[in-house]
Design a binder for this molecule. Structure first.
Ligand SMILES: [Fe+2]
Ligand SMILES: [Fe+2]
Length: 154
């Protein structure tokens, strides 16, 4: 019998990757909303809800437990932090909601792809077992978000 497989490293980041999946789904729903000419304020309300429910805690966990695994000033981490700031700004921008939602949909998508394809791979390479275990602990009790009451994308 084999003992432990090295795949275990990957499982620590799985809950965050699942949240990435929901983030990509968010962008898809906004695109769908635009294609169906859904009122901007309905989509804006959804974006506000999604930010509080998913994005804010997700960014917090990445910034607190995941990014610090790489050395301070690492340029991939710098890029991710800069994108977090920009995305937060977009989620909270109420001035030009139509334009902002388009931008948000595109930039969230790009940010998630960058993390999944580049940043998380880099982090997995250098993370110690303790660091990965810590991430796993923090996320073992993650609850699924409740369904949103106004599924305008359907
Ligand atoms: Fe992120
Ligand atoms: Fe992320």
């Amino acid at each position: 019998m084999e003992k432990r497989k090295p795949i275990k490293r990957h499982s620590a980041l799985q809950p965050l990757s699942r949240q990435h999946h929901f983030g990509l789904l968010f962008s898809w729903k906004i695109r769908k909303g635009f294609s169906k000419n859904v009122e901007i304020n309905r989509m804006q309300a959804y974006a506000k809800w999604f930010f509080k429910q998913e994005i804010e805690p997700h960014f917090y966990d990445e910034e607190t437990y995941v990014f610090p695994i790489l050395e301070e000033g690492n340029e991939l981490v710098e890029r991710a932090l800069k994108e977090h700031r920009q995305l937060k700004r977009l989620f909270n921008d109420t001035e030009n909601p139509g334009k902002t939602l388009h931008q948000l949909e595109e930039e969230l998508d790009a940010h998630i792809r960058f993390e999944e394809r580049i940043l998380f791979n880099e982090i997995q390479k250098v993370a110690t077992e303790e660091q990965l275990q810590k991430i796993e602990e923090v996320h073992s009790n993650l609850e699924k978000s409740p369904d949103y009451h106004d599924p305008f994308w359907e």
